[in-house]
Design a protein around this ligand. Structure first.
Ligand SMILES: *Cc1c(COP(=O)(O)O)cnc(C)c1O
Length: 337
């Protein structure tokens, strides 16, 4: 095991020894290959560079008290990547190929999987993109799938801390019938300007409203939105939201803890009535929100400066399952043997 300063390594690219690759050619995916280079030899007319044929995933592996490495819900990431492929006309990768590649990438880099109790984890980044040359707008005939991994530090090195969000109606992340529900790079390129503006104002992310009417809550930058009130876990239903696996897990755990779960359109005025508000995703699990500033109406919604009781319970429960401290009753965890 490498000796890194696990608590302070942060979230950034870090070179590891191996990545796993698979090529699509002549209408079929090939065998998995292990590679030790960080670089690709790519055709300059590859469709990923010109027309955004690119989808990615993000998931994590954790070391348990028993020393075993656990990967969280990777079949769900495999299926979501298939849906992203359908959305931008790339060939689906079989679920089995995805999960084999993820397991192999973890196994080949066990030296950098952070130890139990460090708060750090192994971040796994699968990416699939068009490599075939085209200059007319059409899908490529060749593709590449890569899984690379890197250790990342705890999202909250100083403890689970609430942050602020901002609403700015002049920016959209995704169009109503667009690609918001797919995990594709184009959505991220479209969100960089608003994201930079939010960071400059010391907000952790933009709280996007639905881009058709600007009436309902959509997403918090690269995370899903949820709120708690009247013993209910509330999260937006929308066609332009990326279906977060963390959010799906929290909905299940909320139900297990005795909360009602309500997935529906959430009008922006309802922000006034919530007891707790949070953003959720693989990176942080839950990022509690203490303040939402509506930049257009110059209005503030304030929540506690400390994480709320339900957010804390949900966060601890999910983390405990991920590290194997609590039994995996929903079958979410894969042990790397
Ligand atoms: C990846 C992502 C999320 C979070 O999904 P998880 O599966 O929970 O990590 C939320 N919103 C967007 C836009 C994303 O790309």
């Amino acid at each position: 095991m490498e000796n890194l300063d696990w608590k302070n390594i942060g979230f950034g690219y870090r070179k590891t020894d191996f990545n796993v690759r698979c090529y699509y050619k002549d209408g079929a995916w090939g065998e998995l290959e292990v590679n030790d280079s960080e670089y690709l030899n790519l055709h300059m007319a590859a469709t990923c560079l010109h027309y955004g044929q690119e989808a990615f995933e993000g998931l994590k592996a954790f070391t348990g008290k028993d020393g075993k490495v656990r990967i969280f819900r990777m079949e769900d990431n495999a299926r979501r990547m298939q849906s992203s492929c359908d959305g931008i006309l790339m060939p689906q990768l079989p679920v089995e190929k995805f999960t084999e590649a993820v397991k192999l990438a973890v196994k080949k880099n066990l030296n950098v999987v952070p130890p139990y109790g460090s708060g750090a984890s192994l971040y796994i980044r699968p990416v699939l993109f068009g490599t075939g040359p085209e200059i007319g707008v059409k899908p490529a005939s060749e593709y590449m799938f890569i899984v690379f991994v890197m250790p990342v530090g705890p999202y909250f090195p100083e403890g689970f801390k609430p942050t602020d969000l901002v609403i700015m109606r002049k920016y959209d992340r995704a169009a109503p019938q667009g690609t918001g529900k797919y995990k594709v790079g184009g959505n991220y390129a479209a969100s960089l300007v608003a994201g930079k503006k939010a960071k400059a104002g010391h907000y952790s992310a933009v709280l996007y409203l639905d881009s058709r009417e600007k009436k309902y809550i959509d997403e918090c930058g690269p995370a899903n939105f949820f709120a708690i009130k009247d013993n209910t876990y509330i999260t937006p239903q929308s066609d332009s939201i990326l279906p977060s696996i963390t959010n799906m897990s929290l909905m299940q755990l909320a139900e297990d803890l005795g909360l009602k779960v309500d997935r529906r359109r959430v009008p922006v005025e309802e922000l006034e009535t919530f007891e707790e508000v949070g953003a959720c995703g693989t990176a942080a699990v839950i990022s509690p929100i203490k303040r939402i500033h509506d930049d257009d109406l110059d209005k503030e919604y304030l929540y506690g400066t400390e994480p709320g009781p339900w957010s804390t319970k949900l966060y601890e429960k999910l983390r405990a399952i991920q590290c194997g401290d609590e039994p995996d009753v929903h079958g979410w965890v894969t042990l790397v043997e």
